[in-house]
Design a protein around this ligand. Sequence first.
Ligand code: HEC
Ligand code: HEC
Length: 341
Amino acid sequence: MSRSFKRFALPALVATVLTLPAISAVAFEGVGRVATPSEIAKWDIDVRPDFAGLPAGEGSVVDGETLWIEKCSSCHGDFGDANHVFAPLIGNTTLQDIETGRVAALTQPGVRTTMMKVPTVSTLWDFINRAMPWDKPKSLSPNEVYAIVAYMLSLAEVVPYDFVLNQDNISSVQERMPNRNGMTTDHGMWEIDGKPDTKNKACMKNCKDAAEISSFLPDFARSAHGELVKQNREYGAIRGARTTDEPLNEDMDSATSAPTDLLGANACLGCHGMEAKLVGPGFSEIADKYKDRQDSVTYFSERIRNGGSGNWGAIPMPPQPQLKDEEIKQLADWLAAGAPH
Ligand code: HEC
Ligand code: HEC
């Protein structure tokens, strides 16, 4: 996929949908331009295990503590051990683990902290630099990231309290990461011809059980979250299952009151205002235009079922094959009776 296509895919798609018969292919030539090296540099921020990509800088544990309290403790706790926003970052590693490079507590059930799992200090640096604070990612300077990482390492007793972390000594810190030997690449997905560690047999055709795969809502859970058909997105073919016995609309019996649920569930209101023109004409405009027509119910039914274009402009009205006959009748009756008037 070319870069310019990616960038313009969405607007182009919308344009394609709205003007389908008119323009069926959209050209991308001449759209967009090649990113400049300085633009790419702003995105190219990864720091690798061999520290390629690591910006130069330094930060002390002491400065890191101040920054931590200011920018991180509200979510992760003063000592990185809180669990109210995310699993604790620090805790459950020992001096023994720092010696062996394997975190013993990982063999036991219980809390898994970030420091227990992360094998590389570069990952910590990279992640904080790109993603934290959660509410202000990319707001930290390199020196601030160094200081904060130093503070976290001191909480885990990887470095002493008077430590100053920088680009030169960070590889010696790597030698003390508690879980540096705890990761393995000895599994299938690591090799190009490796196999995923799942138990299923691959099957690409005539698969015996495939036809039986389905999903359903058990009866006891059907109404647990109200009427799903009303909660589904308005666009697309999937309308959501009926999950209650309630009528979708109290007004449904009366043909002349607005069938709000039908209009909503079928995305009519995404294109038609009750009064105002949006993508298509307002419903009261439609009702007005055909108010003297004897066969208006038939006419409206046909137009709603099959869609069409040219009566109000070039934008077509898409066909509505999902509607049942009685639903179309209800909509057509409502329009013939004057719609929202
Ligand atoms: C507003 C809340 C909030 C603040 C402030 C915040 N974090 Fe986080 N942090 C999160 C959440 C939520 C996650 C997990 C979601 C994610 O990975 O994006 C997370 C994940 C992390 C992780 C990854 C843990 C893992 O095991 O994947 C690290 C490391 C981290 N934060 C460090 C920091 C540092 C350092 C700061 C301050 C500079 C900070 N956070 C500020 C909410 C916050
Ligand atoms: C994607 C946008 C879109 C959706 C969704 C949509 N319409 Fe339309 N509709 C239009 C447009 C545009 C026109 C005008 C077509 C034309 O110029 O003939 C139109 C025309 C109509 C007409 C005919 C007007 C005439 O002069 O012939 C009726 C009736 C109508 N829509 C009802 C509905 C109903 C009911 C729904 C929901 C079931 C619906 N529309 C959903 C865009 C839409």
